[in-house]
Write a protein that binds this ligand. Structure first.
Ligand code: FPP
Length: 252
């Protein structure tokens, strides 16, 4: 099913229950549980990743439908290289195939694709797909879809500090005047607003090096649902839970 048919097939009544004025602007998702989903079905782990793509399509379509403006997904962490080579190779191929197959539909639906993370280590084919996806969709603004690839938040922070140091040496910034906004601008996420809601699937209660700086005031939503089972209803449930939270940002 492509994005357009998903958009027209969302009929769940919960969408009308949402408070239109309180939709999170930026949602982050730690898509976890693909391997376990497959193992429980006695399938190879890679089929869990394949099944997870369908959940991602739904999350993108639903984000567009309800008015989320930024969606950031944790697709591959800097630590994921340690997985068996067969699984890593499969994931690299899956990213290329996915991007190439979905690009047209994403573009038509106004999605802007951005890659956050260190893509230098990725295979040439994938780097080409990243570049192509980013340049084709660069004029879109309905939804910014950030793909965190070879991403680690601590590494991102260190890289930001090194780049800032270089700029300070060239007198481009004054360290004495450094503030939070300037520092944020050095992160991969740049001027993206901080995430309001971070969802993690599969019953793990960890942040796992995902947007540590950016999520200082994010609301977290954890669910036992494995990523390949996470559908539009689950997503809307998460948004609904978010809307019940009382965000005070440290104030009373
Ligand atoms: C974590 O599950 C999931 C991943 C490491 C990969 C997720 C990637 C996709 C769903 C494809 C996305 C495609 C694009 C183009 C962004 P896990 O393997 O850690 O599951 P486990 O904890 O059960 O082992």
């Amino acid at each position: 099913m492509n994005i357009s048919s998903f958009l027209s097939s969302i009929t769940t009544p919960r969408i009308d229950d949402l408070k239109k004025g309180n939709i999170p602007k930026h949602v982050g998702i730690i898509m976890d549980g693909n391997g376990r989903w497959a193992s429980r079905r006695k399938l190879p782990r890679i089929l869990g990743h394949k099944a997870g793509v369908q959940s991602l399509r739904q999350a993108i379509a639903t984000s567009i439908k309800i008015g989320v403006k930024y969606l950031t997904v944790f697709a591959f962490s800097s630590e994921n290289w340690e997985r068996p080579k067969k699984e890593v190779d499969f994931l690299m191929g899956l990213f290329v195939d996915c991007l190439n197959e979905e690009l047209d539909s994403l573009n038509k639906n106004g999605v802007r694709i951005k890659i956050i993370g260190d893509r230098k280590k990725s295979p040439q084919k994938l780097r080409d797909s990243f570049r192509n996806a980013e340049s084709l969709t660069s004029g879109n603004s309905k939804l910014v879809f950030n793909i965190a690839f070879n991403y680690g938040s601590r590494q991102e922070i260190i890289k930001a500090i090194k780049n800032m140091y270089e700029d300070a040496k060239k007198n481009k910034i004054e360290i004495e005047k450094l503030d939070e906004d300037t520092f944020s601008g050095y992160l991969y996420t740049g001027k993206t607003p901080d995430p309001d809601l971070i969802i993690r699937t599969s019953g793990e209660y960890r942040i796992s090096n995902f947007m540590l700086w950016q999520s200082a005031y994010a609301e977290y939503y954890f669910t036992k649902t494995l990523w390949p089972d996470f559908n539009t209803s689950h997503y809307l449930k998460a948004i609904n839970a978010y809307q019940k939270r009382n965000r005070r940002f440290g104030k009373v």
